[in-house]
Design a protein around this ligand. Structure first.
Ligand code: NAD
Length: 351
């Protein structure tokens, strides 16, 4: 990274950076607390290999910022943070490693609350919870019925698709609406299930043929042989539920849909692709707004909501997106920029 790391933190609006090393366990950890104006910073704990410490800090800052925006747009009383553990070649004792991280977290006094992310598990959260209360996703502290929040992420995406279909196609129902779904993993599979129950027509693609076969057999949906075929399918909605950067220079020209609404994180390869979608009259549901259902569900357990209140908050993704679509037309700005604007207005108003 060429830019000075603290200047980068400042430019990204990141308020705090914390680091620790623990020689005994091999722990090298970074916690970025992006913003706590609306509440304590909730965000996952990654444990991955990084080429160097600066890359890890950069990742923590970028991801923490994402969490601030996702929590704020979802009206949660939470800020954004992220922990990045630079995975050593070998973790000799995983429990001791995560307990050492737990002790470090406890010193932050609850300004950051950690959760499962890439490379960590509920067992790791259990180890952290021996040392601190500022942790979610443990096996014992689960209050709600579902351990995996992915179906709630899918429900949020379904509500987002309903909002976009109402806004663009003026329809109150998904009956007969043609949705193409890329990626049939935890979220994509649950989304197909919910779309089918809502009467939508569905076409799917996944690089894993077994996932495709499972969906086709269980739900009787259509499939196409390649991603390119899916992108070029004429449909009402494209729902990306695989990896990021699916809206890029190559794919954007081939899209044959008036709506993009799916779960994948970082769907726009670059910021200007969002502006291009607006110019092409394609209604884009900003990723961090439509895919917040899982976070809302998990956060509900920490913020003492009931399971039903939490689910009702997931349903509200419909209203949030409707506001964004309406403001996008009124203010002649792309939906992803309007979403950012709403968050920034909220943070400025916070005490
Ligand atoms: P997952 O790993 O369970 O599933 C991803 C699926 O995409 C897999 O079936 C994989 O085979 C498929 N895939 C990978 N590359 C593909 C490609 N090029 N074309 C088609 N299919 C491809 O992941 P998930 O939990 O279902 O999450 C899906 C996306 O949603 C990710 O971007 C994730 O970051 C995002 N997301 C997930 C959640 C959640 O609650 N799980 C919450 C918010 C955002």
């Amino acid at each position: 990274m060429e830019e000075d790391i603290l200047r980068y933190a400042e430019r990204m609006g990141c308020q705090e950076l914390h680091m620790t090393v623990d020689k005994t366990t091999g722990l090298h950890a970074v916690v970025a607390i992006h913003n706590v104006a609306l509440g304590p910073a909730l965000g996952g704990c990654r444990c991955l290999e990084y080429p160097d410490t600066f890359s890890a800090i950069e990742d923590a800052i970028r991801l923490a910022r994402g969490m601030t925006y996702k929590a704020a747009i979802s009206n949660l009383p939470l800020g954004g943070g992220k922990a990045v553990l630079l995975k050593p070649k070998k973790i000799l004792d995983r429990t001791k490693y995560f307990r050492a991280f737990g002790r470090f977290l406890d010193n932050l006094g609850g300004r950051y609350i950690t959760a499962v992310d890439s490379g960590t598990s509920t067992a790791d959260m259990d180890a952290i919870s021996i040392e601190t209360a500022h942790v979610t996703n443990t096996t014992t502290h689960r209050l709600f019925s579902m351990a995996d929040p992915s179906p709630m992420t899918a429900t949020g995406v379904l509500r987002g698709i309903q909002a976009a279909v109402k806004f663009v196609l003026k329809k109150n129902s998904l009956k007969g609406i043609h949705v193409t779904v890329q990626g049939l993993g935890h979220v994509g599979y649950a989304l197909v299930q919910q779309l089918q129950a809502a009467g939508a027509r569905i076409t799917v693609f996944d690089i894993n043929p077994e996932s495709v076969a499972k969906c086709c057999n269980e739900f009787g949906v259509d499939s196409v042989p390649t991603l390119e075929d899916l992108i070029e399918t004429q449909a009402d909605v494209f729902a990306p539920c695989a990896l990021g950067a699916i809206i890029n220079d190559k794919t954007i020209k081939k899209l044959q849909v008036p709506i993009i609404a799916g779960a994948a994180n970082n769907q726009l390869a670059e910021d200007h692709h969002g502006d291009l979608l607006q110019q092409m009259n394609i209604c884009y549901a900003p990723d961090y707004v439509i895919n917040a259902g899982g976070l809302i569900y998990v956060a509900g357990q920490y913020t003492r909501m009931t399971e039903n209140e939490s689910k009702e908050k997931v349903n509200q993704i419909y209203d949030t997106l409707m506001t964004i679509f309406q403001r996008s037309v009124k203010e002649k700005q792309s939906t992803h920029k309007i979403a950012d604007k709403i968050v920034e207005e909220k943070l400025q108003r916070a005490p």
